[in-house]
Design a protein around this ligand. Structure first.
Ligand SMILES: [Zn+2]
Ligand SMILES: [Zn+2]
Length: 351
């Protein structure tokens, strides 16, 4: 089978490997679609994120090809979504509390990120069915939209974890696929006003199309706080702010300038830059800083149910579907270039 193997920054090679044999407790999945995640692009650009040598790909939808001994509940031909996050279910304090998204053992076991090969391949082995997020794709749901779970559910979890309530005002920083999902879901959830922040002007139109009432370029205004307050029209910042970039500048802007006294900032983006936050600027206003990380299996099932019921449509996030052979040139290389015009690129390895 063909697979794309990560050897290090700038070095992803197409290889031919034997199709894995599913052992007891394992599943073999023929990969229909795998999303190119920002994490893949960042790992392609610089070392220290995903360890080589690994088959990339952690947002996968595939068709069950073979079922290992002792595996119940899955049949060949069934289409399933293979998440991260992976979890140990009951063996750690987080999982025992039902917070499988912050499982202490999840990350190293996640295919395509941790020690296991992922979905940039014609076939992917699910190493441990019991400890992997595997959710059937409901009838009538397009696999190309189902595979967006790793993007949409990050925003979904952040909104559900936040104090956001019907009628609240919101700021969303970042016009990537997670920011756009957050905007669309906040609109669905009944935000009274959504103000978006994005430095790349070419993303402003789509942010408005997804439901932003106004888009501000923080690099182009003298006083971001004043621009946000004007846009909200209440004289203060937003009730809830969703930071979906992870860059220091965006976090600092969100915390110090965009939220009302007593409001909440949801930290969704995770980046490597150190922050320079001045506590005197936000502690006296009792700003609630809340981190949000990935999503739970329940949230993925809810997302699929919303899609099956026609309540959400994120298909426009997919801007290109490419073959595995194109994953460097039309995938990782292209997505590394700023202003590439892409939102979500999918690979169809079995096409
Ligand atoms: Zn991802
Ligand atoms: Zn756990």
């Amino acid at each position: 089978m063909k697979c794309a193997v990560y050897y290090g920054p700038g070095d992803v090679r197409l290889e031919d490997r034997p199709v894995p044999e599913p052992g007891p407790g394992q599943l073999l999945v023929r990969v229909d679609y795998v999303g190119i995640c920002g994490t893949d692009v960042h790992s392609y650009q610089r070392a220290g994120i995903i360890a080589p040598v690994r088959v990339f790909g952690h947002e996968t939808v595939g068709t069950v090809a073979r079922v290992g001994e002792g595996v119940a509940g899955f049949l060949p031909g069934e289409q399933i979504l293979c998440g991260p996050p992976t979890h140990c279910r009951e063996n750690c304090p987080s999982c025992r509390r039902g917070e499988t998204n912050i499982c202490l053992n999840g990350f190293p076991r996640t295919a395509g990120i941790g020690a296991l090969d992922g979905g940039y391949a014609e076939y992917m082995l699910v190493h441990d069915v019991r400890h992997t997020m595997l959710v059937p794709v409901p009838a009538g749901v397009d696999a190309r939209e189902a595979v967006l779970f790793d993007v949409v559910c990050v925003a979904f979890h952040a909104i559900r974890k936040s104090r956001f309530r019907l009628g609240d005002t919101a700021v969303v920083s970042g016009g990537g696929s997670i920011g756009l999902s957050a905007i669309a879901l906040l609109k669905l959830a009944g935000a009274s006003r959504i103000i978006a922040l994005e430095v790349a002007e070419d993303k402003h139109a789509i942010m408005r199309a997804y439901g932003a009432d106004q888009v501000i370029n923080p690099a182009q205004v003298h006083d971001v706080g004043a621009a946000v307050r004007d846009a909200i029209g209440s004289g203060v910042g937003a009730d809830v702010v969703f930071e979906c970039v992870g860059r220091a500048e965006s976090v600092e802007t969100c915390v110090m300038h965009c939220v009302r006294p007593g409001g909440q900032v949801m930290l969704v983006g995770a980046g490597a830059e150190p922050l320079s936050l001045v506590t005197a600027r936000f502690v006296p206003r009792e700003i609630d800083l809340q981190c949000s990380f990935v999503y739970t299996e329940d949230e993925v099932r809810t997302y699929l149910a919303l899609m099956a019921a026609g309540k959400v449509d994120f298909s426009a996030l997919v801007t290109d579907v490419i073959r595995l052979e194109e994953c460097v040139e039309r995938g990782l290389e292209r997505l590394s270039r700023p202003g590439n015009g892409q939102i979500k690129v999918l690979i169809a390895p079995s096409a």
